[in-house]
Ligand binder design. Sequence first.
Ligand code: NAP
Ligand code: ZN
Length: 364
Amino acid sequence: MKYYFNKNNDKSMEAKNITAYGTEAADAPLKQMNIQRREVTAKDIEIEILFCGVCHSDLHTARNDWGGTIYPAVPGHEIVGKVTKVGSGVTKLKVGDFAGVGCLVDSCRECESCRHDLEQYCLNGFTGTYNGKDTHLGMQTFGGYSEKVVVDEHFVLKVPSNLDLAAVAPLLCAGITTWSPLRHWKVGKGTKVAVVGLGGLGHMAIKLAKGLGAEVTLFSRTPDKKQDALDLGANEVIISTDNAQMKSVNGKFDLIIDTVPSVHNVNPYISTLNISGTLVLVGYLGGLEPILNTVPMILGRKSVAGSVIGGIAETQELLDFCGKHNIVSEIEKIDMQDINEAYERMLKSDVRYRFVIDMASLKK
Ligand code: NAP
Ligand code: ZN
């Protein structure tokens, strides 16, 4: 088995080897491998990973869909676990506490964005939990498909004690990615929200918008997800391939959260926005096809926006909200060894509604 070491072979930073699951190439399956984690420094928390959610971004990264993947790549940014070690300066958590880590493990903490709790928009670039650059070890970061993770306490979240831990994991990405636009566009009682796509992000968007008091509609291509959507809290489901159903919601929504992971026609959804409504893209990264038609946007003061994950304070706000309102993800637990099959099912939209890896299986 290969070991992936600190590329500078820098002995000044202590590191230890741990077991992980990752891939060495875009067209290779994920498999067991060894990686290095840094030893805890004064502000670090070491977490034994108990559960890790499987985000569609993990698949995009493993397969280099966005370009720029550094191999070997170890995905996973919906992490919950137990604190096993803390540095001398840590005050947030203690050994034995449960903890969460999402998509961010570092940022400059000095720029305008960081000073406003918007680490996800760090002007110097945030450090992703995987495929980022570990400023301590001088190599890339590795994600949560692994035994342990070591993270600066600022980027570690407190997990509500009343919720099922495995079902909390997806809140760290699917949850915060939909929570952040709901909060930014001030969704509350009476707001009409629509969600495009019922997958990991989409099902959390329904639950959270509902939790905030909104009236929620799902746009889906998959008729047999209708009952699930209603059970999750949607008030109505529109099958997006049915023109008559699409027409029936013309001009209705204040906010649409579009979670579709690949290029798709956004124009039919713009028609369903109310005057001054906003469609926020959180799923697909890249140029739109067909191109956006500005006519309904100009004549209706409508916006098309984008949003990426959320800051640390906002993620804690979400976790606290979910603890208070008993909101978790709908999950299917899998073993680490099932990950390649899980990716294939995710590509077929066959996830109800988030895979979560039971990390104990890594020891099998
Ligand atoms: P997912 O679980 O696979 O769900 C995506 C859903 O979109 C599917 O269940 C399906 O729902 C719908 N869909 C899939 N392909 C489609 C197509 N070609 N046309 C129309 N609808 C389609 O994925 P996820 O984990 O929710 O992630 C969704 C996207 O968000 C990914 O691209 C991911 O990388 C991205 N993401 C972004 C952020 C961010 O910060 N902005 C954070 C996390 C993830 P129906 O069956 O209901 O149609
Ligand atoms: Zn994610």
